[in-house]
Structure formats: C-alpha cells, structure tokens
Design a binder for this molecule. Structure first.
Ligand SMILES: C[S@@+](CC[C@H](N)C(=O)[O-])C[C@H]1O[C@@H](n2cnc3c(N)ncnc32)[C@H](O)[C@@H]1O
Length: 248
C-alpha cells in the first residue's frame, strides 16, 4: 500500500530521468514518435503536464512552440528543470500548480507518462479534467499511458533499461512496479494500470473526442530497423493517445 503522494516518488529522480531520455527506446522510438505525431509546433501554446526534468518542454520550445509551460507536482523535478532553464534561457515557464489564468489558454497539452500516476479512477478523472481545462476548444491532448497490453514477462523490457511487474497484471487500478537500475541503486517506482476502456471513459467524460491510439513507431524505425529494438516495437510499454477537446 502506498502512503505517499505518487509524485513524491519523483522528488529526487531528476538525474535518473535525464539519463532515461538517453536510452535507445526513448531516443530512437518514443521521442521521434511523439515529435512526428505532434507535427508543426510553430506558434503553438503548449503545456507539458508532468514535465519532470523538462526534456519535452525544451524540445517543444526548440521546435518553435511560441509559449511552453512545464507543470509538475514534484519540486525536485522542477528545481532541476528551472536550473537548466537558467543556463539555457529558452524562455520556458515552470510551475507547481495550475492557476485559473491558464484555463483555455493552450493549443496542446502533452502528458508523457503521467496518467499512470493516478491512484484511483477519481484521480484519473481529476487529471483528465485538469488537462481539458487548460485547452482552448478544439485543442489537442497527446498523452502516453502504460500500454494497456504491455508485455507481461518481467524481464521483457530489461534490454531497454527497465522492468515492469505487477501482482495483478492488466487489472484496472492495479499497481505496476517500474524498476530502473541506476548507478547507485535499483529504483522502484509505483505506477497504476488503467485499461483502454477506463482511459477512454475518463477522456470522454472530460470532454475529449476523436480519440486515437497509436503504437510508437516512428518512420525512422521502419526505415532503419534495428534488431535490438525489434522486441520493444512488437510490444511497446506505452502508446500514444491523441484526442481533441470538444466541450459541449
Ligand atoms: C514518469 S515521470 C515523466 C516525466 C516526463 N514527462 C518525461 O517524459 O520524462 C512522471 C512525472 O509526472 C509527475 N506527476 C505525477 N502526478 C502528477 C500530477 N497529478 N500533477 C502533476 N505532475 C504529476 C511526477 O512528479 C513526475 O515528474
């Protein structure tokens, strides 16, 4: 049973998440798939929801987004992201809460690996509601949950730098343990599994439609298939959900 708020797990993990973006499955598959899916960024107002150490926030700004806000509930992650902002001066705003002034201000909300930190259906609804509230009508959400059909053998993803395990595999609301080997220790992060129908229902109830699910398969991975990434591509641990905010 987890007694801490899920985001507290991330307070001291900024360095690990900076390292994680260098792993081949992120660098060669996830990140290009996300950027391809997003397309043209010029002039867009974007909020990176659960921005962590700020990797995507920086990338979106470098790809021409006019305004980028990184939001995260973990102060340790934000401290790291803000330090990098001080050095790089990209013009990214970082925040630990979502003021009302943000309502309806964004063309795009990106939420990479954040929905799995909803500990209950009610928290999942809170998160998708908060994402919706930020968007202009017709705005877009791209979010990456745990893939509803992630591979169950515990070591399946070991060649890619992590493992996933669960006592109740593929059960709605069940804990999923993400293990990340780091230089000093094995990091164990608890996430929560949400099935495709439960995620769809939460998104629709928050006012999203045109919901599409796409496995991460960037064009580059097809053009230059790499044998060592093949098993990941067959059973990716995440999936891209794109949807449109269409309030009544
Ligand atoms: C797995 S990390 C992913 C970070 C980043 N999106 C990336 O792709 O590297 C999840 C992040 O979501 C944040 N988070 C979890 N629940 C949140 C919530 N309800 N509101 C804001 N941030 C949250 C955590 O603090 C953590 O930094």
């Amino acid at each position: 049973m987890n007694i801490v708020a899920p985001q507290e797990q991330f307070e001291s993990l900024a360095e690990e998440y900076e390292h994680m973006v260098t792993l081949p499955f992120r660098r060669q598959i996830e990140i290009p798939a996300v950027m391809e899916s997003l397309g043209e960024m010029a002039g867009m107002h974007v909020l990176d929801f659960g921005c962590g150490a700020g990797h995507y926030a920086r990338l979106l700004r470098k790809h021409g987004a006019a305004r980028v806000v990184g939001y995260d509930a973990a102060g340790g992650m934000l401290d790291h992201a803000r330090r990098r902002e001080q050095q790089e001066q990209l013009g990214i705003e970082y925040c630990a809460s979502l003021p009302e002034a943000f309502d309806g201000q964004f063309d795009l909300v990106l939420g990479v690996y954040v929905l799995p930190y909803a500990t209950s259906r009610a928290k999942l609804a809170d998160m998708t509601d908060a994402m919706a509230r930020l968007l202009k009508p017709g705005g877009r959400l791209l979010t990456l949950p745990i893939h509803p059909r992630y591979a169950l053998p515990e070591n399946y993803y070991a060649p890619y730098g992590f493992s996933l395990s669960s006592e109740q595999p593929h059960a709605d609301g069940a804990e999923v343990h993400l293990h990340l080997p780091s230089a000093t220790a094995l990091i164990d992060i608890t996430a929560w599994y949400w099935s495709a129908p439960t995620l769809e229902q939460a998104l629709r109830q928050s006012g999203f439609d045109n919901i599409t699910w796409t496995d991460p398969l960037p064009a580059g991975a097809l053009a230059n298939p790499q044998a060592e990434l093949q098993a990941y591509l067959e059973k990716p641990h995440t999936i891209l959900i794109n949807c449109r905010y269409a309030p009544n």
